[in-house]
Design a protein around this ligand. Structure first.
Ligand SMILES: NC(=O)C1=CN([C@@H]2O[C@H](COP(=O)(O)OP(=O)(O)OC[C@H]3O[C@@H](n4cnc5c(N)ncnc54)[C@H](O)[C@@H]3O)[C@@H](O)[C@H]2O)C=CC1
Ligand SMILES: O=C(CO)COP(=O)(O)O
Length: 322
């Protein structure tokens, strides 16, 4: 039994640490040869997950053949922007687990990462999502997550990843699970803006509660089940990300309103909400579904709207019942 993890960023490394610490031989595939060599030499991912020792069963490599030879499955832990190009260039695995959180707008439809992996590889694909900061998972702090997909596949993921500090639930609502993971990143950007502007706890709670409504309205219209958005991969991940010191999305919102340039926001790692909100707004143009918070985030990030003006516009919307 061998597993390959594709993507040696924070999340790929944390998942590899989790599996390898259970004695499962795990290849961690890095895009750059120098990175794989540095991981092998120092037994630490200094760039993306500093301070975590890599277990003996974890083997970093930049050679795709070496990484994927004889594997049972490949775990995709790539940033969404690199997913398609990277997977096209790699040998196939028997089946896949997508750990990417993102949204793709293609041919007039929104697609989740596992749908994209499925279309590219023609193989069965499950998804893993939940309130799972890599920095905590890799340090074996208690964590729960959701393995979503056809029941048999979800159960295999559950069995593979479960351990004393990592509790995995199954779900057959893969689309709902992944939509929650993508949407919460947009809401975490907004939460960071509230933090950066010091608007207070009331404002943040209102934003996240109304944001959750937006997630449910959008997610159910897109085929997800309502209960999924109130579970670990929806509300759970929204809370973990929007209140986190680790979160790159929340941090990016905070830094943006404090004057940092858009181009610098990914200096500390990928900020998926920046891409998800673009895909969502491109799709919304065709449907007209109301997504006031996501639209405000888009306007602040990409159209230079003053965040306080965006907030005033949200506060001045037509009065309505909750
Ligand atoms: N960091 C976390 O706690 C969690 C992250 N995720 C998701 O996992 C995915 C990956 O995130 P992280 O590992 O945190 O990102 P990261 O920013 O820590 O690392 C990104 C990795 O992707 C590589 N990369 C960047 N551009 C690339 C390209 N064009 N082609 C190939 N590789 C490229 C980088 O070299 C690096 O190894 C994202 O979708 C994220 O939302 C999901 C759960 C938790
Ligand atoms: O998805 C995550 C936690 O569940 C990681 O959040 P960030 O990408 O904002 O760091």
């Amino acid at each position: 039994m061998k597993v390959a993890i594709l993507g040696a960023g924070a999340w790929g490394t944390a998942l590899a640490v989790l599996l390898a610490s259970k004695g499962i031989p795990t290849a961690l595939w890095a895009r750059r040869k120098e990175q794989a060599e540095a991981l092998r030499a120092s037994r630490e991912n200094k760039d993306y997950l500093p301070g975590v020792a890599l277990p003996a069963y974890l083997y970093p490599t930049a050679d795709p053949e070496e990484a994927l030879e004889g594997v049972e499955l490949a775990v995709v832990a790539l940033p969404s922007k690199a997913l398609e190009e990277t997977l096209r260039a790699l040998p196939l695995a028997p089946w896949y687990l997508s750990a990417t959180k993102g949204l793709f707008f293609k041919e007039g439809r929104l697609h989740t990462p596992s749908e994209v992996v499925e279309a590219l590889t023609g193989r069965s694909v499950a998804a893993l999502s939940g309130p799972n900061h890599a920095e905590e998972v890799a340090r074996f702090l208690p964590t729960a997550s959701v393995a979503a997909g056809p029941l048999e596949l979800a159960k295999r993921v559950q069995e593979l990843f479960s351990g004393p500090t990592f509790r995995v639930y199954t779900s057959q609502d893969r689309r709902g699970v992944e939509l929650g993971g993508a949407l919460k990143n947009i809401l975490a950007l907004a939460a960071g803006m509230v933090d950066g502007l010091r608007l207070g706890d009331n404002a943040k709670a209102a934003l996240l509660t109304r944001g959750l409504r937006e997630m449910v309205r959008f997610g159910t219209a897109q085929g997800g089940e309502e209960a999924t958005f109130y579970g670990l991969s929806g509300l759970g991940d929204l809370l973990a990300t929007a209140y986190s010191l680790h979160s790159r999305n929340r941090g990016a919102g905070e830094r943006l309103v404090r004057g940092e340039a858009l181009e610098r926001l990914e200096d500390r790692g990928v900020v998926e909400g920046l891409y998800a909100v673009k895909a969502l707004m491109a799709w919304r143009e065709r449907t007209g579904l109301e997504l006031p918070i996501a639209e405000a985030v888009y306007q602040v990030v990409y159209e230079g709207l003053d965040p306080l003006k965006a907030l005033s516009a949200l506060m001045a919307r037509e009065p309505k019942a909750e």
